[in-house]
Design a binder for this molecule. Structure first.
Ligand code: GAR
Length: 203
């Protein structure tokens, strides 16, 4: 299951990898967006992927809204027999039972070399702007397991890029995105292989 909030370019590379047989047993069986009008949903439709929108309940206080949305996503995952959850640009923060039940099977993609430039409110171009303001000489992307913190879970893999003197947030984002598209496929491949091995050992 792939969770999205934006353009869905990472959904696209995962779909392409699946079609090319690069995800092993991995199959994208469902796409969930927390926003109704995002391009990722159009991509899902174009690829013939089942998709739905689950928005946070704005009437609830933030913490409760997170718990309630996480509960809905857990139910959907269970109902659809989902093994692995991939946050590919998903901007709602998840919590509780979902993270417990999918511990080690829920990953997030982040556009910086965590633990640097992570945490609440750090997403998209804001991250690259902060990297440039800090005068970093390298940046990159991270795929990590999701835990109760924001961008704090165990790191599965990172890919680095140089920061160039004349970089803008947009030019840096483009360089990082190229690495994200490699990283997300590598990470999902690793997870699906690990799961397949575990299932074989247990059977
Ligand atoms: C990606 O750059 C991802 O790292 C970022 O959102 C983008 C989604 O792109 N995620 C975060 O910033 C999470 N904190 P996409 O919609 O084209 O796949």
């Amino acid at each position: 299951m792939v969770l999205v909030s934006g353009s869905g370019s990472n959904l696209q590379v995962l779909h392409n990898a699946e079609v090319a047989g690069q995800l092993g047993e991995g199959k994208i069986s469902l796409v969930v967006s927390d926003r109704p009008d995002v391009y990722a949903l159009q991509r899902a439709k174009a690829y013939g992927l089942a998709a739905c929108t689950e928005q946070p309940d704005k009437k609830l206080p933030a913490g409760e809204a997170r718990r309630e949305l996480s509960g809905r996503i857990l139910r959907i995952a269970k109902d659809n027999g989902i093994d692995i959850i991939v946050l590919a640009g998903f901007l709602s923060i998840l919590t509780g039972e979902l993270l417990e039940q999918y511990s080690g099977r829920i990953i997030n993609l982040h556009p910086s070399l965590l633990p640097k430039f992570g945490g609440e409110g750090m997403y998209g171009e804001r991250v690259h702007r902060a990297v440039l303001q800090a005068g970093e000489t390298e940046s990159g992307c991270t795929v990590h397991f999701v835990d109760e913190g924001t961008d704090t879970g165990t790191i599965l893999l990172q890919r680095k890029v140089p920061v160039q003197k004349d970089d803008t947030p947009a030019s840096l984002a483009k360089r990082v995105q190229e690495q994200e598209h490699i990283a997300i496929v590598q990470a999902v491949k690793t997870l699906t292989c690990n799961l397949a091995t575990k299932n074989t050992t247990n059977s």
